[in-house]
Write a protein that binds this ligand. Structure first.
Ligand SMILES: O=P(O)(O)OC[C@H]1O[C@](O)(CO)[C@@H](O)[C@@H]1O
Length: 543
């Protein structure tokens, strides 16, 4: 471990009081504040002072951030375990910047994909895409999982106030039959379009759901020509999509240089483009592009993704924090934590560095959270009073997408109050004085005060968006992408593969075979679980 890492850990062990830091420095809020693309980040309520912050900036300077970023932009295969470039930023380049890319075939593929998406969205909006019985399409089922689902599902939810699509959008991810079962019960095949979204076109959940939906069409009287009309795919495995029966004109491309969790900017964004219309979808890309420009040009001290990355590293490696809360004070952003979970945990939840050597320190945190204010009446108790230190990102959009002004003021008041309460806490003396002021006896106040006191000194960031529009959502998502990138660069790991998820997939095959009657022997726990499940299934068959 380098001397700098050791110094950081020593500094983190030194006592630090946020309360004192604020009272000693009236400029603290300005000192630790940065703007990017109209988004404001207040990071003053973090356990940092000038000395700690300087060390962190030094860590950034000594890290691979700048070099790796350059290699990513140049299209080098920085995802070296899969020999793939990492090119999702290309997908949000405006036309003029796209023209300047070196690789003419990439430019033309991106353009063609955009044109195809635009045309389909227009047809669906104009109701000129007719189903096999001659009626216009009214519903679209998006079949995908992980990066092929979480992005569009979250973004469609986040931007639902901008919905202008005559087509309702539904998502089918889980292999749990309940999902497609419920959809089939409520929709009509003749007015439903199915898009099978799978970069590999080999993901079991997606294939199974797609096969069940195809069977549903056939069972309802559709023929092969109808299937061809109603099924689309977005995939980089054109052959597998074609083998499934999807006609070439209905296949939107994906590329091996775009990771699944970074693919919302590609044809995986189709549901969002459909919901918003093409112009607003362009705004979504424009917001992300603006954040890219900020990330590529701002120096570390004023670079929002770098700042968020350094703070995360401080808590994970300096203070041993294992989790990070993501608390959007915005109902529409309630799926953001699930999206960032994949982005962060699948990217940086790794055990070895680029050379395959064990990493000397912990990496990605457990990301969790939900929309405020709901969490205040559930898990915030632990944030405030437990011994755990859980850094939290609070996200607020200033202007609401509704006219209930007073609701918005109350929501914002709670958001700011939570960060304030976490930061300043309440001493036992303050709690006791409060009890006495309420008329309690000295003895009762002394007994209750320790229960009411809060330690404070709990860190948080506040991100303030002007509003939750396509532009600012694009910028926000790119911000988190780049934060994760910077942390991967600091930890010197490959943020773009995900080999860890493969073992469970491999093991599920033989277990599935065993459930289908093939005799196999597993560990005793698995054997016992299989036997119990079989018992339940047989008894429900006989009932
Ligand atoms: O788009 P595909 O190939 O179906 O993959 C879906 C998801 O599965 C994963 O490979 C993990 O199993 C993710 O990385 C990916 O986003």
């Amino acid at each position: 471990m380098s001397a700098l890492w050791q110094a950081l850990q020593q500094q983190a062990a030194e006592p630090f009081s946020l309360r004192q830091a604020f009272s000693a420095d009236p400029e603290r809020a300005n000192r630790y504040r940065v703007d990017a693309c109209g988004i404001e980040l207040d990071y003053s309520k973090n356990l940092i002072d000038a000395k700690r912050w300087q060390s962190l900036l030094q860590l950034a300077a000594q890290s691979d951030i700048v070099a790796l970023r350059q290699r990513m932009v140049q299209g080098e295969a920085i995802n070296h375990t899969e020999q793939r470039a990492v090119g999702h930023m290309r997908l949000r380049l405006p036309e003029q910047a796209l023209q300047q890319l070196d690789d003419a075939s990439v430019v033309s593929e991106i353009r063609q994909c955009r044109q195809k998406m635009t045309a389909l969205v227009n047809q669906l909006h104009q109701q000129s895409y007719l189903g096999y019985s001659g009626q216009p399409i009214r519903d679209l089922i998006w079949v995908g999982i992980g990066g092929s689902l979480l992005g569009p599902q979250m973004a469609c939810e986040a931007l639902s106030p901008f919905n202008k699509s005559p087509v309702s959008i539904h998502f089918a991810g889980n292999i749990d039959g309940a999902v497609v079962h419920d959809l089939c019960r409520s929709l009509q095949p003749e007015t439903t379009l199915v898009v099978v979204a799978s970069k590999s076109f080999g993901t079991e959940e997606t294939r199974q759901n797609a096969l069940t939906l195809r069977q549903w069409f056939l069972d309802q009287g559709a023929d092969q020509a109808a299937i061809a009309r109603h099924f689309w795919a977005t995939s980089s495995n054109i052959q597998a999509a074609a083998d499934f029966g999807i006609v070439p004109e209905h296949i939107l491309p994906m590329w091996d240089w775009v990771g699944g969790r970074y693919s919302i900017w590609s044809a995986i964004g189709l549901p969002l483009a459909l919901q918003l219309g093409n112009e607003q979808f362009d705004q979504f890309l424009a917001g992300a592009y603006a954040m890219d420009q900020h990330f590529l040009s701002a120096d570390a001290a004023s670079n929002m993704p770098v700042i968020l990355a350094l703070l995360g590293v401080w808590y994970i490696n300096g203070m041993g924090c294992q989790s990070q809360a993501l608390l959007p004070y915005n109902h529409y952003l309630r799926l953001l934590p699930s999206y960032v979970q994949q982005l962060d945990m699948e990217s940086n939840g790794k055990q070895v560095d680029h050379q395959g050597q064990p990493l000397p320190c912990a990496t990605a945190p457990v990301i969790w959270g939900d929309a405020g204010t709901n969490g205040q009446h559930a898990y915030h108790q632990l944030l405030h009073q437990s011994q755990l230190v859980i850094p939290a990102d609070f996200i607020l959009a200033a202007k609401p997408q509704h006219g209930l002004h007073d609701h918005q003021l109350r929501l914002a008041a709670h958001c700011f109050a939570q960060t304030q309460a976490l930061m300043q806490g309440k001493t036992v003396e303050e709690a006791k004085a409060e009890c006495l002021a309420q008329g309690m006896s000295e003895a009762a106040a002394s007994a209750l005060a320790p229960h009411k006191a809060s330690p404070g000194n709990k860190p948080s960031n506040t991100l303030l968006l002007p509003e939750l529009s396509p532009y600012y959502l694009g910028a926000l998502l790119a911000l988190y992408e780049h934060k994760v990138f910077c942390q991967g660069a600091i930890w010197q790991l490959n943020s773009f593969d995900q080999w860890g998820v493969e073992l469970g997939k491999q093991l599920s095959g033989p277990i599935y075979q065993a459930l289908n009657g093939k005799s196999s022997v597993f560990d005793s726990s698995t054997n016992a679980l299989l036997a119990s499940l079989q018992r339940h299934l047989t008894s429900s068959e006989n009932a």
